[in-house]
Design a protein around this ligand. Structure first.
Ligand code: FAD
Length: 402
């Protein structure tokens, strides 16, 4: 460690902490990986600049597939205390009730979920609060220097810094934008109470391609009704400015089919807005370091595949790759490449990117091919709606017939 004493320079050597795995970034990917590795007896350092994860607008619900991944890591009980479970989702398409889905979903506030996961870290894996100011990586040992001068030496460095760029840049790894300003996610609380809301949960899709609305999802979160809306706009669009200025009016116009049951879309919080880019990574095949979660690639929140992708990275690393890598000496790029080439990981990332692109094109594209696809999908949906109405009518007539 280098420090100043008067005009004289003094050098104090900090004793480095030696670990199997150093994880930079204690978000969803970093914290769950640290827990799994710690429970498996690995020596782990987990580093983040903040003890408490601030309450930012990110993923706010997951389904049973993702819960199964938490279960595999032994974290399902931890997260069950932090989520609001619900089912019976009314799905509206083409302005009408299309289906009632009984599958369970789980709502949460991202910051509270991450803080709950951090609180449940095994005692042998404390969270080191600090900023990484120096990184050097190599085929045998990785060296991190934190802003307080402490040094961590690890066999493997895991970068799980999400959207954070500092560590990626320090290592010289580039983010590639596949689709800039791909979509806009908006989150807000509704004023309607859970008792007064006509639905336990509702998903309502946009009606016209020109609206550029994927869908709104309204669900219980704690004692509030929360809304997530996904649109294909940019922050700078006039539409977005108008929405911020009078969200209630625009929501009532866009989705009149559900407005009365949602308290006419009176809002109880400001609208949080996040622009999302689709990104991948270049130059990541290096000695000693692996990139995971959003630090490796980002997909669109509309199809809700982000958390699943992150958890697949964590599961494959903890259950397959890291145990193998630590068995033999060295941590060269070819060893680490087995993770990037892992068919489970590759399939998960590719599917995430594919559905992100498809969801936008099927909602907004105006070319002949996409109009034809929309027409075909909407015809099939109309048939489902008619079938449901006919069945409903039949059921209502039944007592009379008997
Ligand atoms: C608005 C929005 C809505 C979303 N909705 C959904 C959804 O409905 N369903 C879904 O599945 N996914 C959704 N996602 C995606 C999902 O939230 C992410 O894929 C996931 O949270 C990424 O987790 P992560 O661990 O990679 O990153 P994060 O959880 O962001 O963790 C990154 C961590 O790194 C730390 N860090 C940053 N820089 C440094 C540094 N220099 N040194 C040390 N630490 C650092 C940060 O403090 C943070 O703790 C959404 C994303 C957004 C933006």
């Amino acid at each position: 460690m280098t420090g100043m004493k008067g005009s004289e320079m003094t050098t104090v050597e900090a004793v480095p902490a030696e670990v199997d795995v150093a994880i930079v970034g204690a978000g969803m990917a970093g914290t769950t990986l640290a827990t799994a590795l710690g429970k498996a007896g690995r020596k782990v350092a987990l580093i983040d600049p903040h003890r408490i994860h601030h309450d930012e607008f990110r993923a706010e619900k997951i389904g049973t597939d993702q819960i199964r991944l938490f279960e595999k890591l032994g974290l399902d009980k931890t997260i069950m205390h932090l989520v609001t479970p619900f089912d019976d989702i009314h799905v509206f398409r083409l302005g009408q009730l299309f289906a009632r889905e009984r599958r369970p979903e789980y709502a949460f506030s991202y910051g509270a979920l991450i803080n709950g996961l951090r609180d449940a870290l095994p005692p042998q894996v404390p969270l080191t609060v600090g900023k990484v100011v120096e990184v050097s990586t190599g085929p045998d040992r990785q060296r991190l220097v934190l802003s307080d001068g402490s040094v961590i030496i690890a066999r493997l460095l895991v970068v799980a810094t999400g959207y954070g760029e500092a560590v990626r840049r320090a290592i010289g790894v580039e983010r590639i934008e596949q689709s800039k300003a791909h979509s806009l996610s908006m989150g807000f609380d509704l004023a309607v109470s859970q008792l007064d809301c006509g639905f336990r949960a509702v998903t309502c899709y946009g009606r016209r391609a020109s609206d550029r609305v994927a869908y709104i999802s309204i669900f219980p979160l704690g004692d509030k009704m929360r809304a997530n809306m996904f649109v294909y706009r940019t922050v700078a669009d006039q539409w977005t400015r108008d929405f911020r200025a009078d969200s209630q009016k625009m929501l009532c116009e866009l989705m009149p089919e559900i407005s009365a049951q949602c308290g006419n879309f009176a809002l109880a919080s400001p609208v949080e807005v996040r622009q999302v880019n689709l990104t991948t990574t270049q130059g990541h095949r290096r000695d000693g370091v692996v990139f995971i979660g959003d630090a490796f690639c980002t997909t669109c929140p509309t199809p809700g595949v982000g958390i699943g992708r992150v958890m697949i990275d964590v599961d494959q690393l903890h259950s397959v790759h890291i145990p193998r890598w630590l068995e033999t000496p060295g941590m060269a790029a070819d060893k680490i490449g087995t993770f990037y080439d892992d068919p489970v990981k590759v399939a998960s990332d590719e599917a995430g990117m594919r559905v992100s692109v498809y969801a936008k094109r099927i909602t907004t594209e105006t070319g002949l091919e996409w109009r034809a696809r929309r027409l075909r999908n909407n015809m099939a949906r109309r048939l489902v709606i008619i079938g449901r109405k006919v069945r409903h009518l039949g059921l209502r007539r039944e007592p009379g017939i008997a």
